[in-house]
Design a protein around this ligand. Structure first.
Ligand SMILES: NC(=O)c1ccc[n+]([C@@H]2O[C@H](COP(=O)([O-])OP(=O)(O)OC[C@H]3O[C@@H](n4cnc5c(N)ncnc54)[C@H](OP(=O)(O)O)[C@@H]3O)[C@@H](O)[C@H]2O)c1
Length: 235
């Protein structure tokens, strides 16, 4: 199997890349980074720089891949120098909202567009993006984090839409959204103080649960949203 890990430089992404490389049925892993190139080397692994805000770069990257079995998008943003999750509406800013959409939502549509050809030949394809449970509209009880929540909800709609289109064109590819649980990475670091230690997953454990799920998925699961603890989430 040939696997592409988008955001392979992140906390969950890099842990996943390491575990994929240990799998006997994995032939090659291409992993992408944007600002931080990892030092990990392995005969089955190649690194590519990819900025997901640039569609032509996404197209160029995917055009080099002839056959792909799994595309796993582990990229995302919650906070940056200019982006802070909003506690109230008064903190909402158009440019922060657009930045969150640009990194958390739009890339999965563009990746699906440009990976469609390479995934077509797979007998057991998976197109999975890491979303977040807080994107579930029916599960939203506490509000807040407007931009991130809206962007991940938009991502979920994009994945559901791709799954519907690909049931016709790519019936052997399963399209799934994944909630990794609160995982100890740079993304969650500023927000960990109210998380009980037993509820905070290591990136290795989080990636292990994701890999287990990837190995269980079949085309019958397409268009679904899963949590790290085995629960199927409502959209
Ligand atoms: N950690 C959690 O508790 C948690 C909970 C729920 C959902 N999630 C989701 O899980 C996913 C992985 O998060 P993480 O915790 O592993 O975060 P992380 O350690 O901060 O990693 C983020 C990844 O996204 C990449 N990225 C950011 N902007 C990009 C861009 N413009 N183009 C290409 N790549 C870009 C980063 O690349 P560089 O570092 O190379 O720039 C990095 O690989 C995200 O979608 C996040 O929303 C995480």
């Amino acid at each position: 199997m040939n696997v592409l890990v988008i955001g392979g430089s992140g906390g969950i992404g890099l842990a996943l890349v390491k575990q994929l490389l240990e799998q006997h049925n994995i032939h090659s892993v291409i992993a992408t980074w944007c600002t931080k190139q990892p030092t990990l080397e392995h005969p089955k692994l190649s690194w590519q720089r990819l900025n997901l805000c640039d569609e032509s770069a996404i197209a160029a990257s995917l055009s080099q891949i002839e056959k792909l079995d799994w595309l796993i998008n582990c990229a995302g943003v919650l906070h940056s120098e200019h982006l802070k999750p909003e506690k109230s509406l008064s903190q909402c800013q158009a440019d922060s909202f657009m930045q969150s959409m640009q990194i958390n939502a739009l890339p999965s549509l563009l990746l699906a567009k440009h990976a469609a050809k390479a995934l077509k030949g797979s007998q057991s394809g998976v197109f999975l993006t890491i979303s977040a449970k807080l994107a579930s509209i029916s599960d939203n009880k506490i509000g807040g984090w407007h931009s991130y929540r809206c962007a991940k909800a938009a991502l979920n709609m994009a994945l559901k839409n791709v799954s519907i289109e690909w049931q016709r064109t790519h019936p052997k590819v399963c399209v799934v959204a994944w909630h990794p649980g609160t995982t100890d990475t740079a993304l969650s670091k500023p927000f960990q103080k109210n998380v009980a230690p037993e509820k905070l997953l290591s990136s290795e454990h989080s990636a292990h649960l994701l890999l287990n799920k990837l190995q269980q998925l079949s085309p019958a699961d397409t268009g679904t949203f899963w949590s790290w603890d085995g629960q199927q989430l409502s959209w």
